[in-house]
Design a binder for this molecule. Structure first.
Ligand code: CP3
Length: 325
């Protein structure tokens, strides 16, 4: 999930002075924002502050974040020729600022908690590249996917190679785990997932291999969790639309699972939030390999105290006596 952001006053204060892209591109600022939630909330890991879209600019798809509406690309992909014009790049050069931030964050964290790096999966990245921003229907994305399947696969294999290389560069710079976000892949049915998205996501996990633990995340994916697990990931994330026990059955018990509290339950009332946590913990039933998390990112209107209370409560209800053997 995204754990830094506008629900924190110190993040909003920094955003008064700097744009989101400035924060992503200046290692000192990215370091500061990565550490903000770690200082305030008893989280078990830090997540690199960056954005999913950062690799699109050097690829030839510049974008900006416009006033609270999310990302906007200057010239989204609108033809198969646009795909041929993309410029694969070396993340060690064109995204060196991310790698510098990682080294700096790891110095500051000094082993206190692990650092998770991340990148977008091909389907979700391609959807931004084609729609030019967020979409509800993914109409342009699917029109290209169904209408020009060879061009779609060319685009996604370019993205997969790039993202694989970028994640390896993040690992070389020092991240302890990586998460692949396929946030919008739940807009596909399972058969289309297998045909159009899975081989490219799988390519990323094949490139990364077993260098570090990998997390494979999506939302709206209840009916394709098994197929996502087959694409890869030591850990597979589930959102709140499915019970974590059922999600785990679909993912397979040879994998770890991450999830799956509804982010809106952090809005309150707090006793209800606690009941939702109890339900997840009961469904997990002590089986090792569960990473407690939200099913998606923290919403900007979330009271920070609720996030603090959530982290303490999860630690309290999942604490097990240290084995004596
Ligand atoms: O938790 C962290 O500290 C990491 C920060 C992080 C950001 N983006 C910063 C950000 C991460 C992990 C991302 C990934 C990302 N970016 C995803 C995948 C994760 C997910 O939530 O599904 C996606 C889909 C994006 C694309 C993106 N970036 C959108 C759709 C938006 C606008 C939505 C919004 O909340 O306004 C962004 C902007 C963005 N990226 C913010 C943050 C903290 C919003 C805050 C701001 O405008 O300052």
């Amino acid at each position: 999930m995204r754990q830094a952001g506008r629900y924190m006053a110190e993040y909003r204060a920094l955003r008064q002075q700097h744009t989101l892209l400035d924060i992503c591109r200046q290692p000192d600022l990215a370091t500061e924002v990565t550490l903000q939630p770690v200082r305030r909330i008893a989280v078990d890991a830090a997540i690199l502050f960056s954005d999913l879209l950062i690799p699109l600019a050097p690829l030839g798809l510049p974008f900006d974040f416009v006033g609270g509406e999310g990302p906007k690309l200057e010239r989204p992909i609108s033809s198969t020729d646009d795909i041929d014009r993309l410029r694969p790049f070396d993340p060690r050069e064109d995204l060196a600022f991310v790698l510098t931030a990682i080294r700096q964050i790891q110095r500051e964290l000094a082993g206190k908690v692990p650092l998770i790096g991340f990148a977008g999966a091909p389907f979700t990245l391609a959807s931004y590249a084609i729609e030019g921003g967020h979409s509800n229907s993914f109409a342009k994305t699917k029109a290209l996917m169904y209408g020009h399947p060879e061009a779609w696969h060319r685009l996604c294999s370019t993205l997969a190679d790039l993202v694989g290389d970028y994640l390896v560069a993040q690992i070389d710079a020092g991240v302890d785990a990586v998460q692949v976000f396929d946030s919008w892949v739940g807009s596909l049915n399972a058969a289309d997932y297998v045909e159009f998205a899975q081989p490219h996501s799988q390519r990323i996990f094949d490139i990364v291999g077993n260098r570090v633990p990998t997390i494979h995340f999506g939302t709206g994916t209840a009916m394709m969790l098994g197929e996502m697990a087959r694409a890869g990931g030591h850990v597979v994330g589930a959102d709140w639309r499915i019970g974590i026990d059922e999600a785990w059955d679909r993912i397979g018990h040879d994998r770890a699972v991450q999830g799956n509290l509804d982010p809106t339950s952090l809005l309150g009332p707090v006793p209800r939030m606690y009941r939702q946590v109890d339900d997840i913990v009961a469904r997990v039933n002590g089986r090792p390999g569960h990473i407690f998390n939200l099913g998606h990112g923290i919403l900007p209107s979330t009271p920070v105290e609720h996030v603090q209370m959530l982290a303490s409560y999860v630690h309290q209800v999942t604490a097990r006596p240290t084995p004596t053997v």
